[in-house]
Design a protein around this ligand. Structure first.
Ligand SMILES: Nc1ncnc2c1ncn2[C@@H]1O[C@H](COP(=O)(O)OP(=O)(O)OP(=O)(O)O)[C@@H](O)[C@H]1O
Length: 504
């Protein structure tokens, strides 16, 4: 690995920091470049990130009293401290458990109790929700507030950080030791606690950073994912830093398309990663004046060259409009909290509109039947990953405290994703739907995504969701102002289905 790359775990990171400092080969661009649109700006080199994260590590272990293996819930918006606490947890062997600030008191209670978290790092906006439930969390021993103001009952990150030492001896964590717990989106039920190791995060995202995100140390990636989801680990921590690339963050109070487009014309962002919902909103605007360089328009994107999306299906119509208006392809990835990226449209590969691309390394992706047999190309079945002799190094370790659910993901020699799809004769995968969402009508199996993609072609339809309904004759489509979504922005088809079936 070239010396400009940052290696994880913390041991590799410190070694790499030092080696590249000595040879002067550190990337010119910062490790983290944060702006808030109100004049606030933070730029940290990899060396500064090293020093500051050692201070943060001392805050977590000394005044907070947390120790290797303890679970720490981190509920912060996109503030620079989120990145510090993330690296500090790696250095100290603490298990990082991110959560979005959109969590309600009930959600936080569920997460703290289910995980038996010992520590909590939160921002001011979630402090009242935490205070309303904290008496029901007997395992929680420390609450750390990231805010310029202090608050009774909380330790202050800012105060402790000021006087913390920058000397810290990292914990020598093992490759299979827990590094993080991610709660899944909860699209199909209660969120599950997918536990990742220092190997699955630390090494697992190398290939994704190099090949799907196409990052090099001269790149700057803007990944819009909320800090609470694994997509933030993929696009805002491990994949970029393993390539020595700069992570760009714009902390917007609220997403708005004008600010978004202005950011791309102001900062040298080369790589953009957003949920399909964001692209669906953007293509409603006139983007012609925002094309990629070298088009000489006054408002061109400064450096944008590679656009990515994932998390839910991308309709071919949206991809076409984005390409037509900006001149840029959208490279879709398909993945899961549990195993990272499974299929993707890699740079240089032909994109087949509507397909989520080919299986990516280190996985052998197959379509299988209910008995674990590989199906011929063109036939719909369960999307699965072949398990050879050992569990792939990039796999989650388990669903915490849920051996039944962990075991249910295995069928014969395969890990089953829970999604249905088809592989064509060129090896491209086509998403049909989650196994639970597939609609059975008059004996036919209908993938909701295919119908949704047809509906969205109509100019009056921004987005669509198709679910089954108990009336076999009724075939009408309902027009609504808004679709129910998870806090990640994914359409909750299970809520629509429950409405249709009178289960709400
Ligand atoms: N490019 C994509 N195309 C279609 N579906 C996708 C794509 N990327 C991700 N998905 C869907 O998202 C799922 C993974 O999402 P995530 O790990 O956030 O949990 P979730 O399945 O949404 O939540 P839960 O497991 O709690 O219901 C995939 O299994 C798939 O159903």
């Amino acid at each position: 690995m070239p010396p400009t790359r940052v290696q994880f775990s913390a041991a590799g990171m410190e070694h790499s920091d030092r080696a590249s400092e000595e040879t002067g080969e550190r990337p010119a661009s910062p490790a983290l470049w944060w702006v808030n649109g109100k004049g606030g700006e933070v730029k940290w080199s990899f060396g500064e990130l090293g020093i500051l994260s050692r201070k943060a590590a001392n805050v977590l272990t000394q005044p907070c009293g947390l120790a290797r293996g303890d679970r720490v819930a981190v509920i912060l918006p996109r503030v620079p401290e989120w990145w510090l606490v993330n690296v500090a947890c790696m250095r100290t062997g603490l298990v990082f458990m991110p959560g979005t600030t959109q969590l309600t008191a009930k959600d936080i209670l569920y997460r703290l109790r289910a995980s038996k978290a010992k520590g909590l790092v939160a921002s001011e906006e979630v402090a009242p929700a935490v205070e309303s439930i904290v008496s029901e969390c007997p395992d929680l021993k420390t609450k750390l507030l990231v805010s310029p103001r202090s608050r009774p009952g909380w330790l202050s990150f800012q105060e402790l950080f000021q006087c913390a030492s920058a000397e810290h001896s990292r914990v020598e964590t093992g490759s299979r030791e827990p590094a993080a717990i991610y709660f899944t989106s909860g699209t199909s039920g209660s969120p599950k606690m997918a536990q990742h190791s220092h190997s699955s995060l630390g090494i697992g995202y190398t290939l994704c950073g190099r090949y799907w995100l196409d990052l090099e140390s001269s790149d700057t990636i803007w990944n819009m994912s909320d800090t609470g989801w694994i997509k933030a680990a993929i696009g805002s921590v491990f994949s970029p830093w393993l390539q020595g690339a700069c992570v760009f963050v714009h902390q917007m109070a609220q997403f708005d398309t004008d600010t978004f487009l202005d950011t791309l014309t102001t900062y040298p962002i080369t790589t953009l990663c957003c949920a399909p919902t964001v692209y669906r909103m953007l293509v409603q605007k006139d983007l012609k004046s925002h094309s990629a360089p070298p088009t000489p328009t006054p408002k061109k994107f400064l450096k944008l060259r590679h656009c990515l999306t994932g998390g839910e299906p991308l309709n071919a119509e949206v991809r076409e409009q984005w390409k037509r208006q900006t001149g840029l392809d959208l490279h879709e990835g398909y993945g899961q909290t549990e195993v990272g990226i499974i299929c993707a449209n890699l740079k240089g590969q032909e994109i087949k509109p509507g397909s989520m691309g080919k299986g990516v390394l280190p996985y052998d992706v197959q379509i299988i039947d209910e008995n674990g047999n590989i199906l011929p190309t063109g036939q719909e079945g369960d999307i699965a990953l072949a398990l050879k002799h050992t569990r792939p190094f990039s796999f989650f370790s388990e669903y915490v405290d849920n051996p039944g659910k962990t075991a249910a993901t295995i069928r014969g020699n395969f890990y089953v994703t829970g999604d249905r799809g088809v592989m064509d004769s060129d090896g491209y995968f086509w998403f049909v739907g989650r196994a639970d969402d597939v609609i059975i009508s008059s004996g036919y199996r209908i993938g909701p995504f295919e119908v949704e993609s047809a509906l969205i072609e109509h100019p009056a339809v921004v987005e669509s969701a198709v679910v089954s309904s108990p009336d076999p004759i009724r075939g009408e489509v309902e027009f609504v102002e808004q679709l129910p979504k998870t806090i990640t922005g994914k359409i909750k088809r299970n809520v629509l289905r429950d409405q249709e079936w009178g289960r709400t």
